[in-house]
Design a protein around this ligand. Structure first.
Ligand code: NI
Length: 221
């Protein structure tokens, strides 16, 4: 599985975050500020100053939700969740096709994520578009839903036609850098956990969990 789409917070939690973001008047900055010179030309949005108290408080909440979610943990094998920021896009805003920097001051980007904070009906356009070999996946999720995708993919944000789009974005430095290796481990873990839930523990499952742990040790940084 290349992408993980998963609810992270419920609707009312997402709504509360959006209300806090809307109440912020002075801490929004031009998104170009954190973009390289190439990306700055195609990046049109606003981001909340990472040093603002609202950003710091909400960032911790999101990171805690992510690391306490067993499915997200198994899919991403997170060493570091970093660069978390809140962005808003108004009518006419977009972010052209780009690749996220592999190394940021905050860490390495193995996986990128977007948490959608307001409902799709609140704005037209604003899809996250991820390029794969043969097609472009267009993703627009419900408030509180998260998409995690490999940072190795070109992606863009379609122009917001009207309304306002609020999301939280960030990156994950994984213990296992290689996407294919990480996916093998994820499937092995999911299968073993499924068997455990179905039949309870067994000596054979102990061997599978042992193999999983040792593979993780072998494939990890
Ligand atoms: Ni990006």
């Amino acid at each position: 599985m290349e992408y993980l789409r998963h609810p992270l917070i419920n609707n009312s939690e997402a709504l509360q975050i959006v209300q806090k973001l809307k109440a912020e008047k002075s801490s929004w900055e031009d998104g170009k500020k954190t973009a390289g010179s190439q990306a700055a030309r195609i990046k049109h949005n606003f981001q909340l100053d990472k040093r603002s108290s609202t950003s710091m408080e909400l960032k911790d909440l999101i990171i805690n939700k992510m690391i306490s979610n067993p499915l997200i943990k198994s899919f991403t094998l997170p060493n570091l969740i970093h660069g978390v920021m809140f962005t808003k896009s108004l009518a006419g805003d977009s972010y052209g096709t780009h690749l996220d920097n592999p190394y940021m001051p905050s860490g390495r980007s193995d996986l990128s994520f977007t948490l959608f904070l307001n409902e799709p009906k609140d704005y037209q356009g604003g899809e996250l578009c991820i390029q794969t070999m043969n097609k472009t996946e267009k993703i627009k999720l419900s408030a509180g839903e998260l998409i995690i995708y490999p940072s190795t993919k070109l992606h863009s944000v379609a122009e917001v036609k009207n309304g306002q789009r609020y999301v939280c974005v960030g990156w994950i430095q994984s213990y296992v850098q290689n996407n294919e290796d990480r996916n093998f481990l994820f499937e092995l873990d999911a299968g073993a956990k499924g068997l455990l839930a179905k039949n309870g523990r067994s000596d054979e499952l102990d061997l599978i969990f042992q193999a999983y742990s040792n593979l993780l040790r072998r494939l990890g940084d």
